[in-house]
Design a protein around this ligand. Structure first.
Ligand code: ATP
Length: 358
């Protein structure tokens, strides 16, 4: 196992930042820790790196208990959110730094350091900038150098704390694709912290969803996206319409009187409150009524969402607007626009009971 965390708890005074977290990361995997601001992601990463100590629990890295080891003995590479390059050193010197400060018996020969740094800079496609200083690089370039620097000491594990969050959306997307490819080449066990679900879904082998210091769910991106364990995960992984629902005798009642069949596991409930979720792209829009359960809606807003069109709808019997996403083609063919009346079908309604805060 690459990383094993056993029952990690961390409190700051009375506040529990991490609440009994256990997690296993297979050697060579890239795992995303995904969660809202303040949920404890950075605290967990700092504890793995040895920059903070847990109140209780164990940290096993590549089968070695490192819980009480200082950071420099853990052999962990760390890339932070903000570029942490040394301003007065050029790119080559930055990447070589970790090797040059090793104890004499562990330090490679000068020529070996040179080869290794050049190799790493090629890997992150920054070999052309060896003599440049950080101030002469773009944000994305600096983060690639920071990654090469973290990899220089052959870390047992690599920890990345929102490394691309200060960059603009386009560069960010390019860099995460590039990081995925790089990871496929070097296979170092890695944990990537993000609050961006798209980034986690695209980049990671596995996703761990954290909320208020606890793990809500873990699995492959597809497992977590297609089978969210609870309302929090469903809501956090992408845009969604949330309705209050009343579950009664095999039905879920949304709005004033819209009935959808209750899922099997909730069929036997006599009566209970729940929350119902529908993704905007699971909402059908038509000029013709397809069945008796269609809602009658009026388009109140139209938005261009890249390749799709976003519609805001006011539907009879619902007191909050419903968001739908349809193709441009359908939008054109149905000659839709603000004020038009349409039939609205709620496909794939997902219902959860429980007291999750949304
Ligand atoms: P973000 O995405 O905003 O960086 P995060 O998930 O990384 O958030 P953490 O930085 O791990 O969150 O913080 C978790 C919680 O612990 C927060 O409520 C934070 O205020 C609290 N916290 C973190 N460090 C300390 C500290 N040194 N002293 C007191 N409270 C702290």
């Amino acid at each position: 196992m690459g990383i094993e965390l056993l029952n990690i708890t961390k409190k700051f005074a009375a506040y529990t930042a991490l609440d009994n977290i256990s997690l296993s990361v297979a050697s060579g995997d890239l795992v995303a820790l995904l969660g809202p601001s303040g949920c404890g992601k950075t605290t967990l990463l700092r504890i793995i790196a040895g920059l903070d100590l847990p109140d209780s629990g164990k940290i096993i890295l590549e089968n070695r208990d490192t819980t009480w080891l200082p950071p420099r003995e853990k052999n962990v590479g760390f890339v932070f959110q903000h570029y942490a390059l040394f301003r007065r050193m050029n790119v080559f010197e930055n990447v070589a730094f970790g090797l040059k400060v090793l104890a004499r018996d562990k330090r490679p020969a000068k020529s070996e350091i040179k080869d290794r740094v050049e190799h790493l800079l090629k890997l992150v496609q920054m070999d052309w900038a060896m003599k440049r200083y950080p101030s002469q690089l773009s944000g994305g370039q600096r983060q690639r150098v920071a990654l090469a620097r973290a990899l220089a000491v052959n870390p047992r594990v690599l920890l990345l704390d929102e490394p691309f969050s200060a960059l603009d959306a386009k560069v960010r997307q390019e860099l995460r694709r590039w990081l995925r490819k790089l990871h496929d080449e070097i296979h170092v066990t890695s944990i990537f912290v993000t609050h961006d679900q798209e980034e986690a879904l695209e980049l990671a082998d596995r996703i761990v969803v954290i909320n208020k210091g606890r793990i809500e769910q873990q699995g492959t991106p597809q497992e977590v996206y297609d089978h969210p364990a609870n309302a929090f995960v469903y809501n956090f992984l992408g845009n969604v319409n949330v309705f209050h629902g009343r579950i009664r005798n095999g039905w879920v009642i949304l709005g004033e009187q819209h009935h959808v069949e209750a899922p099997d596991e909730l069929k036997n409930l006599e009566e209970k409150d729940g929350k119902a979720f529908v993704r905007p792209y699971e909402i059908g829009i038509s000029r013709i009524q397809s069945n008796g359960s269609d809602l009658l809606g009026t388009i109140t807003d139209v938005r261009l969402l890249g390749g799709q069109i976003g519609l805001e709808l006011e539907c009879d019997g619902f007191n909050t607007p419903i968001e739908a996403e349809i193709s441009r083609e359908l939008f054109r063919n149905l000659e839709l626009g603000r004020g038009e009346k349409v039939f609205v079908t709620l496909n794939k309604v997902k219902v959860f009971t429980g007291d999750y805060e949304i």
